[in-house]
Design a protein around this ligand. Sequence first.
Ligand SMILES: NC(=O)c1ccc[n+]([C@@H]2O[C@H](COP(=O)([O-])OP(=O)(O)OC[C@H]3O[C@@H](n4cnc5c(N)ncnc54)[C@H](OP(=O)(O)O)[C@@H]3O)[C@@H](O)[C@H]2O)c1
Length: 262
Amino acid sequence: MDLGIKGRKALVNGGSAGMGRGAVLALAREGAEVFVSARGAERLEQTCADIAKETGAKIHPLAADHSSDEGRALILSACPDPDILVATCAPPPFTDDFRDVPREAMEESLRIALLSPIDYIKAVSGPMVERRWGRIVNISTGAAKYPAAMRVLSGPPRAALANYCHAIAKDLAAHNVTINSVLPGMHHTPGIEEVFGPRGAANGRSYAEEVDAFVKAIRIPAGRFGEADDLGAIVAMFCSDMANYVTGQSLVVDGGIGTSTF
Ligand SMILES: NC(=O)c1ccc[n+]([C@@H]2O[C@H](COP(=O)([O-])OP(=O)(O)OC[C@H]3O[C@@H](n4cnc5c(N)ncnc54)[C@H](OP(=O)(O)O)[C@@H]3O)[C@@H](O)[C@H]2O)c1
């Protein structure tokens, strides 16, 4: 299916790996020109080169921390007027006892996962309104909707972001600018490998065995983790021309583990 975004300009913050990379790939396959930020230059440049080669799309690496003032200035000077904004970050660390989570960690997670996306939304939504076309998608977390004690650094800032986005979606809707969130459950990504690889090693298991044990322990109905590129395709769907009547929404993509009907 043609998503109707050929030639559109997209900015993907946090796109060198995982689900952000999946979104870059899906948008590039649709013929969008994509500006991609990440902090690590080497992986970023490799990702952009690989996707440009595979799709023939124009892909521009922007090595920067999207949550810092300097990073934001660099990113927005390279791409001040995207038609599409996709925002994500690395998964915040899993936590043990909530009483032991330092205030500094909470502040960092708010800065990266809430305040940074808001800064970009404010910067790019004006030009989108003027052009009467814009699509904004946050790659967020299922923990925003289904709170979990081990995800107190991840769920709360994203729940706040979903609330913020729903509120402003009402302002943007009349201008053909939509804003939605995808709330993933467990997916295979480099960020998740960094967590489950060492955890498996500590338990005498491979990454695959550790994931399998976790899937069984938390009873994911699909019986597996999701794939990052599939999630990226769902992000691209929200960026499509025809998704113009879907706004302020949060879509859970979790292999069926969520417990609400709507
Ligand atoms: N994977 C899962 O199972 C899962 C489940 C629920 C929710 N999520 C959420 O989904 C999002 C993506 O997760 P993922 O597993 O795909 O992560 P990932 O594999 O670690 O990839 C994260 C990407 O974001 C970039 N990034 C991180 N912080 C950045 C910053 N400050 N500025 C610029 N780029 C930055 C990383 O590159 P650099 O490190 O080089 O900057 C990388 O390209 C996260 O917010 C996570 O909480 C993931």
